[in-house]
Write a protein of this length. Structure first.
Length: 174
């Protein structure tokens, strides 16, 4: 029979406190990263919102602009661009929704076909579909191998021109 939540043993009471303390330490360790991400992502967004309420011109480069309030938004909605702005926003929304739905449906259909046990070619098609993912990594590996080559690599040639000896970058030192 389980004990009610109100009658916890001393051992059971200590565990939640320890867990909370551990979680608190984890948040302290995460805090610098979260602050950095917040500054680097929210900072530009908030600055862009602030600038949208001014008469900022990219040619002035932070020199002279003043607060104009909602006049930028009213000129877009009701000014000379008004007849074009709302239909453009509607088409952008339609495009975003339709491409997202299409991509999810296409991925779902392909996953169903590729996981079909009765289809003999599914292994072949899986191999074909993995090529766009694998080729860039292979090309990068080959390029770095060529640049770091001991005898003919560009980096060792650059070190030779500077007056330093070649470095065996890709050789095992042990």
């Amino acid at each position: 029979m389980a004990t009610p939540a109100t009658q916890l043993t001393p051992k059971a009471r200590k565990h939640p406190r320890r867990k909370r303390k551990t979680q608190g330490i984890a948040y302290v360790y995460l805090l610098p990263t979260l602050v950095t991400i917040g500054i680097l992502s929210l900072g530009p967004i908030l600055y862009t919102i602030y600038i949208s309420f001014t008469n900022y011109d990219s040619g002035s480069h932070f020199l002279n602009y003043s607060w104009v309030g909602l006049s930028n938004y009213t000129s877009i909605l009701f000014g000379q661009w008004g007849p074009y702005f709302l239909p453009t926003i509607a088409w952008t929304f339609i495009f975003a929704v339709s491409t997202t739905v299409f991509n999810y449906l296409l991925g779902l259909i392909m996953a169903v076909f590729l996981n079909n046990r009765h289809m003999k070619e599914s292994v072949f098609y899986r191999g074909i579909l993995i090529i766009p993912w694998a080729v860039p990594a292979l090309a990068s590996q080959l390029a770095w191998s060529a640049m770091l080559d001991f005898n003919h690599g560009n980096i060792n040639q650059l070190l030779h021109y500077v007056g330093l000896g070649p470095v065996p970058w890709l050789l095992n030192p042990f």
